[in-house]
Design a protein around this ligand. Structure first.
Ligand code: SAH
Length: 226
């Protein structure tokens, strides 16, 4: 009990973890490394969000698992991934392991202190992902900057709720790519939207379950200049 394997066994029994790829990556990324240091060890393996400081939370494990399952086919070795609102760094690390050395995950966290903490979390758990590895964690309201400088992405995960689907993110999706993003009003229930761009560049959206995420800092707010 009270181990990452125990948590993953639970998520498998619940049917949230469906694939071998997601199961194996979740077993490799130990949630205890990504929660607030003051939290009792056993809590890390419960299926609920937990504080990570700066009034932010690490998402519940079933949400991490759900997003990884939704993005699974787009997290192949060599894929380019954007993780907006990377928080604790948990999902960036998991996606980094899936895309491997030839892939790239750009995680962005607006709180610089939290971004620094996420780097130390990943360093304890999977140091090979940093310093030239697959994962780059960027601090501050730098989404606009990243979108301007980076090429397109095969997978985009947004870990905070947007009031409406940001077109700028849809444009940055590569043909054949997929984005998973909570969309809806702040501090209420939002809907998890899956946005697919086909090989011809046609965009299709569908709505999944209701979710509750913290708000995404959007263009026009503070320094999200585009
Ligand atoms: N997947 C993360 C979720 C963290 S909560 C985890 O499980 O740890 C969402 C995070 O999004 C918060 O830490 C918040 O600071 C960040 N955030 C919100 N808007 C942002 C923006 N425009 N750019 C970067 N980070 C943002």
């Amino acid at each position: 009990m009270h181990s990452q394997d125990w948590l993953v066994d639970h998520l498998r029994t619940e049917g949230v973890v469906k694939s071998r790829e997601v199961e194996s990556v979740l077993r490799r990324v130990d949630r205890a490394h990504y929660v607030d240091r003051g939290i009792p060890h056993a809590y890390a393996y419960q299926d609920s969000p937990l504080p990570i400081g700066y009034h932010e939370t690490i998402s519940a494990p079933h949400m991490h698992a759900t997003c990884l399952e939704l993005l699974r086919d787009h997290l192949k070795p060599g894929a380019r991934v954007l993780d907006v609102g990377s928080g604790s760094g948990y999902l960036s690390a998991a996606m980094g392991l899936m895309v491997g050395e030839t892939g790239k995950v750009v995680g962005i966290e607006k709180h610089p202190e939290l971004a620094a903490l996420s780097v130390s979390n990943v360093r304890r758990d999977h140091p090979e992902l940093l310093d030239g590895g697959a994962v780059q964690l960027r601090a501050g309201n730098v989404l606009g900057d990243v979108l301007e400088r980076e090429e397109g992405f095969d997978a985009i995960h947004v870990g905070a709720a947007a009031s409406s689907l940001p077109d700028i993110l849809v444009r940055k999706l590569n043909p054949g790519g997929r984005m998973v993003i909570p969309v809806g009003p702040q501090w209420e229930y939002q809907v998890m939207q899956v946005v697919d761009k086909d090989r011809e560049g046609q965009v299709k959206k569908h709505n999944l379950m209701h979710v509750r995420y913290v708000p995404l800092t959007e263009p026009g707010e503070s320094s999200w200049e585009l």
